[in-house]
Design a protein around this ligand. Structure first.
Ligand code: RIB
Ligand code: CA
Length: 302
């Protein structure tokens, strides 16, 4: 039985890897893609999502979401993902006839309330759309099976020593989500730090198929966190967790979002010793299996 999911995303090179798997893998039933500000501005994240939809000739609806965080001014990560947000591969110009709406929050609400099964939300960008959804339409909570999100860290951040990018962009939105009482699985920076996508594996992508060729060229332009032997394709770990949960180690924790610290705003303060928990925190993946899982997950793509 396929897992019904909705992806909220700020493509983003690592988002593109996650979306490539989610659009083509038979175990995932992707109901919609919603876009959010983040790695690049909302116009570029939406354009990138449309280009991926066209690349895969997908009929999955795309809805544009919000352009700015709840309170903060927008930031971006063009220095990581390039000026377009998906540097390294030339897609045909985005076809805006493929954009279903610019009302992501309303679209999520309608799909959730009209679904005959609960749906897993998979945010892989800042949490602004998700926070607005939960605050504007709290009745949707009963239709959300769980929120499996890329964000945060049980250790150091990647934008500041304390904060990870998705949470840093909109800490107030993250605070709303982590206090929603909806089951949350937090796939933070920690997982990738233990098992990067190695340069050897990236080179093997070059001519496997059209999708791996596209990702190969983008990964070679990715300027995100690099570890000795490879790069951190953070968002892809979130999708792989959905496909191979047994290969990941997880711990229950109480996660609070720092909202006022001068140097720590956006930190996920992860307490494994508190009795009251609000999230499962993914700590690591079986390093010996990660690359195999990544290639297997991509094997359904064109
Ligand atoms: O910190 C990594 C996260 O920030 C990833 O989702 C990446 O795409 C950026 O959004
Ligand atoms: Ca992302």
């Amino acid at each position: 039985m396929a897992i019904p999911i909705m992806i909220d995303t700020d493509p983003g090179i690592d988002d593109a890897a996650a979306i490539s798997i989610a659009l083509t893998h038979p175990v995932l039933d992707l109901k919609m893609i919603t876009t959010v500000h983040g790695n690049v501005n909302i116009h570029k994240t939406t354009s990138n999502a449309l280009q991926l939809k066209a690349f895969f000739n997908s009929d999955v609806p795309i809805h544009q979401g919000v352009a700015t965080p709840l309170i903060n001014q927008p930031v971006d990560a063009e220095h990581v993902h390039g000026e377009t947000g998906m540097a390294g591969f030339e897609f045909p110009q985005a076809d805006y006839d493929l954009l279903t709406s610019d009302k992501a929050v309303e679209a999520m609400k309608e799909t959730l309330l009209n679904s005959d099964e609960s749906i897993t939300l998979v945010p892989i960008g800042p949490l602004t759309n998700i926070a607005l959804l939960l605050r504007t339409y709290p009745e949707v909570s009963r239709q959300i099976k769980e929120i499996v999100l890329m964000g945060g860290s049980a250790g150091r951040g990647n934008v500041t020593p304390a904060a990870e990018f998705n949470i840093y962009c909109d800490p107030e939105a993250a605070d709303i989500v982590f206090n929603s009482h909806i089951p949350i699985t937090m796939v933070g920076l920690d997982v990738a730090r233990g098992a990067s996508l190695t340069y050897e594996a990236i080179n093997k992508l070059q001519e496997k198929n059209q999708t791996s060729h596209m990702l190969y060229h983008m990964f070679n332009h990715y300027r995100g966190d690099q570890f000795g032997d490879g790069i951190a394709v953070y968002d892809a770990y979130t999708i792989l967790y959905l496909l191979y949960p047994e290969k990941f180690s997880v711990a229950d924790a109480n996660v609070k979002i720092e909202l006022t610290g001068t140097y720590t705003k956006g930190e996920t303060v992860v307490n494994f010793d508190e009795e009251t928990t609000n999230a499962k925190v993914v700590l690591s993946v079986d390093k010996s299996q990660f690359i195999t899982m990544f290639f297997e997950a991509l094997s359904y793509a064109k």
